[in-house]
Design a protein around this ligand. Sequence first.
Ligand code: CTP
Ligand code: CA
Length: 243
Amino acid sequence: AAASDACGVLTGRRIVISAGGTREPLDPVRFLGNRSSGKQGIALAKAAHAAGADVELVAANIDSGLLTGLPDDITITPVESTLELQYAMQSAQTRADAIIMAAAVADYRPAETTDSKMKKSGDEGLTLRLVQNPDILRGLVDERSRQTRLGDQIIVGFAAETGDAETTALDYARAKFRRKGVDLLVFNDVSDDQAFGHDDTMVQIITSDAGDINVGEEFHGSKDHVSQKVIAALSDQFTHVES
Ligand code: CTP
Ligand code: CA
C-alpha cells in the first residue's frame, strides 16, 4: 500500500543491511564497544526501502529511538556481539539479493567472558587478553563463491579510513577493496573529521571495472543523501549482472 510498492529500481529485491556497532561482553554488565550510532545503516535501509526493496536490518546496539521512525515492513533483527551478528548475517545470506555490511564490527573480543561480575583484586591494573573476531564480510564473500545459487548476490562493504605518512586513506581503501572481494566498497575518509554520530559525511564508491579498480566521484552531504547514491550504485550492479 506504500508508495514503494510502485516500481522502484529495487522492487522485488531483498536487501540485508547490518548497522550499528558490536559490543563484546566482558561480564554480565560490561562490554568493549565502539561509537557507531547506526545512523548510516538506518539511512541505507530507508533508501533501499524507498527504492522498492524488501529490507532486513540487522541492528547491532542501535538506540531504539533511531529505529522507531523506520517503515514497519522493514524486518529488524537486534544483535549485540560480533558472533551474534555473524550468525544473523549468515542466516540472512541465504535469502538476500544484496548484502550491505555497514556495521562497525569489533576486530577483537575478550578471550574470556565471566558469568558473574568481575571483581577488583588488589591495587594492580588489569590486563585483558583479546582474540580476533571472524571477518564476517570475508566469510559472506567466501560463502557466495561456494554456493552457485548465490552467484548473483551483490555484496557491499564499508571502509572508514585515515591516511598516514606513507599511505593515503584512499589507497588503504583500494587495498581493502581487493582484499575483501566485495562488489562495491563505500570509502569514507575520516582523516580530519569524526564521522561517528555526525550527520554529514563524504563517501566515494569503489567498484571494479573489467579488473581495474574504479574510484567514483566524491559524494558529500547528509547520510540520507549519501545513502541514495550508494543504493543507486548498488542498483547499477544488478543491471550489470543482467546484461
Ligand atoms: N567487517 C566485518 N567483520 C569484521 C570486521 C569488519 O564484516 N570482523 C566489515 C565491516 O562491516 C566493513 C568492512 O568489513 O563493511 C571493513 O571494515 P574495516 O574495519 O574497515 O576492515 P578490517 O578488515 O577490520 O580492517 P582494519 O584492520 O582496517 O580494521
Ligand atoms: Ca576493523
